[in-house]
Design a protein around this ligand. Structure first.
Ligand code: URA
Length: 424
């Protein structure tokens, strides 16, 4: 182990076999946390040569892969954002075109929401299925979104928990190997990455986001996975809804051909690229198929089948999930929205109980935010920039103050379109 740490410290490449032994020793519990942490910090400070990143990612993936029966044809991954409910729409939309989609999703992390927490806002929805149930559901309806199994790329869980507490999350080789090991282990031959950029994203800067996307494309190519990456805008929340039940309702609106324009555009672009890779057609042709499925009701019917298959009460969702009482937030001054601290909006939602402060906190599905102010928009003094969904009390007052501070007036510098760039 000392040799592995020293190589990272001195920027010396290691043979792939040594890296594999290291990963196996980590998963086998034979490396103490302080040695893993020292290695993570060395990689954080010095980076890692590309051959070692490929070897590391492959070794992490090979330590826990999905059985062939449970593999989808296409997968997607988002690096995490505020108001990102795209999986809820993409899963039924893409699978309604006959493309099997099995997505392993996560819970909220810090200020970013998690797909599993959103799905659990639907009464009865089960995010944990046993292997047989999962395989049967894939056979019958071709779609499932479930919690990541403990056996899937377990090394990432060990690294991630240590990165979280050692200041080593924000490292391109560590992020790329974390994401791509899970996607390789999931076994889909096609992958669309949603790399979020901006004030609410892990990557605040466009150039670094592009570097991350390109690195992940090369890792995919090294294992024969066809990858397209979208750089998407997190300088403002995606859509209006931020929370759990409120995001499910917005996803359902989008599936019914309504909902905010930026959300629809991002979903259509992501879905087109997923379909293009999976069905080997040009993105423009794929987009026509996707628009037809969304606007013709096919995706909505598949949503009903999917929610029902995982035990969820789809009718309750259709009638409207319970939401906490709402209060408007105004700024008391007028101006043009120049900048939005999107991370602060995510933190306000987390503070209200839509996310967790500590690992075992309970989520309140009914709380959240409806965010109205868009970049470049003129806002009057008494015009709400957002609405807070929460019971009255000190927490709500504090969240409202956080949200007031999240808007800066002036001349807009950030771009407002949903999809910023496509890398393939
Ligand atoms: N998402 C992941 O899965 N891993 C990272 O390291 C960062 C974002």
């Amino acid at each position: 182990m000392i040799e592995v740490i020293e190589a990272a410290r001195d920027r010396k490449p290691l043979p792939a076999e040594k890296i594999r032994e290291f990963v196996q020793a980590v998963v086998g519990g034979r490396v103490p946390d302080y040695q893993i942490a020292a290695w993570l910090m060395a990689v954080y400070l010095n980076g890692l040569d590309e051959a070692s990143v490929f070897a590391l990612t492959a070794a992490m993936a090979d330590e826990g892969t999905t059985p062939p029966r449970m593999r989808g044809r296409v997968d997607k991954h988002s690096t995490g954002g505020v108001g990102d409910k795209t999986t809820l729409i993409l899963a039924p939309l893409v699978s309604s075109l006959g493309i099997p989609l099995l997505k392993m999703s996560g819970r909220g992390l810090g200020h970013t929401g998690g797909t599993l927490d959103k799905l659990e806002a639907i009464p009865g929805f089960r995010v944990t299925l046993d292997d047989q149930e999962l395989a049967r559901q894939m056979d019958e309806i071709g779609v499932a979104v479930v919690a990541q199994s403990a056996w899937l790329a377990p090394c990432d869980g060990i690294f991630y928990a240590l990165r979280d507490v050692t200041g080593t999350v924000d490292s391109l080789p560590l992020i790329a190997s974390s994401i791509m090991s899970k996607k390789m282990a999931g076994g889909a031959p096609n992958l669309v990455l949603d790399v979020k950029v901006g004030s609410g994203a892990l990557m605040k800067d466009h150039t670094r986001a592009r570097q991350l996307a390109e690195l992940m494309l090369r890792i995919g190519a090294s294992r024969g996975i066809r990858v397209t990456a979208l750089l998407t805008n997190m300088d403002q929340p995606l859509g209006q809804a931020v929370g759990n039940a409120v995001e499910v309702m917005e996803a359902l609106a989008c599936l019914s051909g309504q909902g905010p324009e930026d959300l629809r555009e991002e979903v259509l672009t992501l879905a087109s690229h997923m379909v293009s890779l999976a069905q080997m057609v040009a993105p423009d042709e794929a987009r026509l198929r996707v628009e037809k499925a969304l606007d013709g009701g096919q995706a909505l019917e598949q949503w009903q089948r999917w929610v029902r298959a995982q035990g969820g009460d789809w009718l309750a969702a259709e009638r409207g999930l319970p939401l906490a009482s709402s209060v408007p937030v105004t700024l008391g001054r007028r101006g043009v929205v120049a900048q939005i601290d999107t991370e602060a909006i995510g933190r306000a939602a987390q503070w209200l109980g839509a996310g967790r402060q500590r690992k075992d906190d309970r989520i309140d599905p009914s709380v959240g935010i409806r965010w109205y102010a868009r970049l470049g928009q003129s806002v009057e003094a008494d015009e709400p920039v957002c609405e807070v969904l929460a019971p009255p009390g000190i927490r709500r007052d504090q969240a409202m103050e956080m949200l007031r501070q999240a808007v800066a007036f002036g001349s807009p510098r950030a771009r407002s379109q949903a999809v910023l760039d496509i890398v393939s």
